[in-house]
Design a protein around this ligand. Structure first.
Ligand SMILES: O=P(O)(O)OC[C@H]1O[C@](O)(COP(=O)(O)O)[C@@H](O)[C@@H]1O
Ligand SMILES: [Mg+2]
Ligand SMILES: [Mg+2]
Length: 333
């Protein structure tokens, strides 16, 4: 049997380059480990279905959205290094009470991603992003671009529970064992530059912009079209599951700015969906763009801001970027 490296041993070896930041990641991991346990038996405990409330995004909250959010609040609240929690499920940033000068970190999270897949027992996840904040920070100080993230990752609750983590330079994967410990199972994840698998909600075709249409048409044409190779399509409907597949074997994920989501700025949320996934994908050698620029450089204007998301294997993202460059130039943008 190989010797096992636990997440806490790995963090103790200095992976975070800062013990306080390591403790933030450990608190997030503890929340995810507890969410994994709750999910496993949720139908027995009567935790399926709706909570009967609507979140700030106007979406019906599931009971498990609320429970997962509460677990993030519990575990992060216990760590004095964390002063602020931004969550998909909270209208406003939650400020933890800390002693003067304590609490240098903020966590932005999607406590349960893909919750429409809960009732069909398909992989869901938790997504997180860690930023530094000055003590007593006002709301404006929370609105930092993704380039400022100190750590980011997600937990994927699938046939095993994976914790995928980056501090911006490389990507490591941990698997939850039967004792509730995360064990290092892969390190130095590299997304293949070339791929022949794309993920998009194709039912939205009538809303797509020209660049998305051109990219998908080329892919559907396969070896008979400009891409010159046959493609496969996958859409789980849980961003965590779609991005996990892309990190493990390559591919591209698109939730572009379409005519229906344009007024809101897109579908997915910048600070706790797009930014953490973009940091992971770039750290693994992939690319992440809105079609108009790098996601990580978008300046947020609100904690729940939405954004267009196109990320994954470098060559595929570059192909989409070429279509955007051409169509935006034609439109004089
Ligand atoms: O309903 P659609 O258009 O397939 O969108 C699916 C996308 O919405 C999301 O479910 C949004 O996340 P939440 O479940 O956290 O609201 C993503 O995980 C997923 O990629
Ligand atoms: Mg989500
Ligand atoms: Mg969610």
């Amino acid at each position: 049997m190989n010797s096992r490296t636990t997440l806490s041993a790995w963090l103790d070896q200095g992976a975070a380059h800062d013990p306080a930041l390591a403790s933030v990641v450990a608190s997030i991991a503890a929340a995810c480990a507890e969410i994994a346990v709750v999910l496993r038996t949720a139908p027995i405990e009567g935790l399926s279905g709706l909570a009967g409330a609507v979140n700030v995004q106007g979406e019906d909250q599931k009971q498990l959205d609320v429970v997962s959010n509460d677990l993030f609040i519990k575990h992060l609240g216990e760590n004095p290094a964390i002063s602020i929690l931004v969550s998909e499920e909270l209208n406003q940033a939650l400020q933890f009470e800390r002693e003067a000068g304590a609490g240098r970190y903020m966590v932005a999270c999607d406590p349960l991603d893909g919750s429409s897949n809960l009732d069909v027992n398909v992989t869901v996840g938790s997504i997180f992003s860690v930023l530094a904040v000055p003590p007593g920070a006002d709301d404006a100080a929370l609105l930092q671009p993704g380039t400022r993230q100190l750590a980011a990752g997600y937990a994927a609750y699938g046939n095993s529970t994976s914790l995928v983590l980056t501090f911006g330079k490389s990507v490591a994967v941990f698997t939850l064992d039967a004792k509730g410990e995360f064990i290092l199972t892969r390190d130095g994840i590299a997304i293949p530059a070339a791929s022949a698998e794309y993920a998009i909600n194709a039912a939205r075709e009538r809303f797509w912009d020209e660049a998305t249409r051109a990219y998908v048409a080329e892919s559907v044409a396969g070896e008979t079209g400009a891409a010159g190779k046959r493609y496969n399509m996958r859409w789980v409907g849980s961003m965590v599951a779609d991005i996990h597949r892309i990190l493990m074997r390559g591919g591209i994920f698109l939730y572009p700015l379409d005519s229906e989501t344009a007024a809101k700025g897109g579908r997915l949320r910048l600070m706790y969906e797009a930014n953490p996934m973009s940091l992971l994908v770039e750290a693994a050698g992939g690319r992440a763009t809105t079609g108009r620029g790098r996601i990580l450089e978008v300046q947020p204007t609100g904690i729940h801001q939405r954004v267009a998301v196109i990320l994954g294997s470098a060559e595929e993202v570059e192909r989409v970027e070429r279509h955007y460059a051409a169509t935006l130039a034609d439109a004089g943008e």
